[in-house]
Write a new protein. Sequence first.
Length: 430
Amino acid sequence: MATVFLPDSSRLTELGYGRVAHVPVLFDAEGRYCREINRYLRARATLDWHPMMDASEVGRDFPRQASLISMAYELKNFNDWCRDRKLDWRGLSYEDIRAYQADLLGGRWSARPRHKLKAETANARADQATHFLRWAADQGLRSPFTIPMIEKVRAIRSRGSSIATRAIVRVRAGRAKRSNTTEIAKVVMLPTVEEIREWLTSLQKARGYAKALACRMIIEVGLRRMEVCGLTVDMIPSGEALEALHRKGIPSAPVSITLTKGGRPRTVQVPLPLAGELRTWIDTRRMTLALRFRRRTGSMPSNALFLSDASGFEGIPLAGHTIYKAFKAEPRPAAWHPHFGRHVFACFYVLHALNLDAAAAGGTIADQGADWLQLRGRFWLDMLRRQLGHVSDETTDLYLRWLATATSVASMANGWHDFLNLPHASEEIV
């Protein structure tokens, strides 16, 4: 299997290679440098080549390292597939790429035996393979690579508008059809508050306070894993600032984050009790861990907010994969992972807001009806976009379906099912 390697960007910058210091490097199963694939990754990183080079140059931006890492892993998968099938990418046709995509969808090429990948994942990997082969053809490294294209009409809806405009886009023929309902079952089956509390308690006992506190930033604030890892000590308000917010009756503390998806900084609201815990963590346990790290290594500790408290690893910043493993710690809710934790935050946030709205109107959510639920739900989800950084229209619809299920509004559908199962339902119909 090929390997993705992240070089020492500081060292490369010192040597004069700062323009590509952040670019991952791929080595094949024999440990050999994948020259052409690595050239492609550098070309993508520097915008010397882009899949839409023949289109307008407006809007092209340098890809972030996280995007380049995703490209590297997609090409690692493709390179391994070629090696397993004894194929040379220089001679592949578009039909071979369709075969690669079919293997991904059918579970014939997966890290887990017979595990069928989602259409989104299979499309992304096949798209990246076609991009690489197109680039290789442009560089004269292989014969021309032809991709049949088709035109599709897509609806584009402005945020908060019920009116959609239509645009014609060109996509490669044969892309897998994405299901519009696959995620519904996952969101509908969100864990209960009790299940989450039990998991957090168990996690803290088994993996330590640092990992539990980091995970809470996902399920109580809605941050992504990379955003949690990017938090630094100076981002958290001082004890005096938190006390001032408490005196004014303000329930949350603003925290500005800079390492975000897309690179656009944003300010999130952290519940005041959690912000207080973070401040106490910084002033007590974290300080001890930083001191132990310096004594053990002789180096200055990181300014990262979350440092490991595991024996032998004290003071090392928590990484994204560590947080992912923490979410998988048993006992855990079903299908539990960090991105699902963001769903939990969003859904329970909006449900709490709707309960307050309904109480202010002198009733419950069920008293207000489905139209009210849709209107107020969309309002609060639009407010939540600023906290989460981005919520697509598709995700908004998923959350609204969950809200309908989580409240007695869903009883309208259940009532029809109950009616059909009445002992004498047929007689009543007559």
